[in-house]
Write a protein that binds this ligand. Structure first.
Ligand code: C5P
Length: 227
C-alpha cells in the first residue's frame, strides 16, 4: 500500500472533520484541520481588536502575521491534535459562534491564505495525510490522489452545528447558527482568492441522508481503490 494525500473539502458543518479524523485513525495518517488555522488567526485578530462588529483593520492583521505562530499538538487522550496559537491551547476558544462569525472575512485576505497554505503544504510533504478545508483539492494539494467534496443542505448542517454547540453549553439559537452557515457559504464561494469550488477530479458526497458509518464505509472503499 502506498501513502497518499487525501483532500476533503466542502461547505461548513458537512462533517468534514469527523470523516477526516475517522479516516486518519483507520489509515494511521496525520489529520490536519485547516479551518482551525483560519479560526486561530481570527482569534488573534479579535484579541488584538483588529476585528469587531463591522470593523476590520486588515492592514494591522497583515502587518502582524509574522507574529502569529500556529502549531498542532497531538493530544493522546482525545486522539487528535489541538490548535495552539503562540504557545497557547486555543482549541475551545476558536469554536465559538463569535469566531465563526468573523472567520470567513479573515479567510478572504490573500496574505493570510498564502501564509497558511505554505504551512499546510509543508505538513503534507511526506503524504500519509488527511487534510480538510475549502481549497485543499484545488490549491493546497492539487495533485492529491483522492479528493472528496462534501455537501448537505444548509438546514441539515445548521442543525448539526447547533446540536454540537448546545452540547458544549453554548447558548446559541438555531436561527443564528443557520444565518452564520449561510453567510459563510456565501463569502467562501464568492471570495476572489481560492473560492470554495469543487475540483474537477473530486468525488462529491451529499450526506444529508447518510449516517456517519455509511459515509465512512463509502469513502474507505474509494481509498482502497486508490492506494
Ligand atoms: O472548517 P471550518 O468551518 O472550521 O472553517 C472555518 C472557516 O475558515 C471557513 O468558513 C472558511 O472561511 C475558512 N477556511 C478557508 N479555507 C480552508 C479552511 C477554512 O477559507 N482551507
Amino acid at each position: 500500500m502506498r501513502n497518499i494525500t487525501i483532500a476533503i473539502d466542502g461547505f461548513s458543518s458537512t462533517g468534514k472533520s469527523t470523516l477526516a479524523k475517522q479516516l486518519a485513525k483507520e489509515l494511521a495518517y496525520v489529520y490536519v484541520d485547516t479551518g482551525a488555522m483560519y479560526r486561530a488567526v481570527t482569534l488573534f485578530a479579535m484579541n488584538n481588536n483588529f476585528i469587531k462588529a463591522d470593523f476590520f483593520d486588515k492592514k494591522a492583521l497583515i502587518n502582524s502575521l509574522p507574529k502569529i505562530k500556529l502549531e498542532f499538538k497531538y493530544n493522546p487522550e482525545l486522539g487528535f491534535a489541538e490548535m495552539y496559537l503562540n504557545g497557547e491551547n486555543v482549541e475551545k476558544q476558536i469554536r465559538t459562534i463569535e469566531v465563526s462569525s468573523f472567520v470567513s472575512k479573515v479567510a478572504e485576505v490573500s496574505e493570510v491564505r498564502s501564509k497558511l497554505v505554505e504551512q499546510q503544504q509543508e505538513m503534507g510533504t511526506n503524504k500519509a495525510i488527511v487534510m480538510d478545508g475549502r481549497d485543499i483539492g484545488t490549491v493546497v494539494f492539487p495533485m492529491a490522489e483522492l479528493k472528496i467534496f462534501m455537501t448537505a443542505s444548509a438546514e441539515t448542517r445548521a442543525q448539526r452545528r447547533f446540536d454540537e454547540l448546545r452540547q458544549k453549553g453554548d447558548n446559541v439559537s438555531y436561527e443564528d447558527v443557520l444565518k452564520n452557515v449561510v453567510e459563510r457559504d456565501y463569502i467562501d464561494t464568492h471570495r476572489e482568492d481560492s473560492p470554495l469550488v469543487i475540483a474537477d477530479d473530486a468525488i462529491e458526497i451529499d450526506n444529508s441522508y447518510l449516517n456517519r458509518e455509511e459515509q465512512f464505509t463509502a469513502v474507505l472503499e474509494l481509498v482502497n481503490e486508490v492506494v
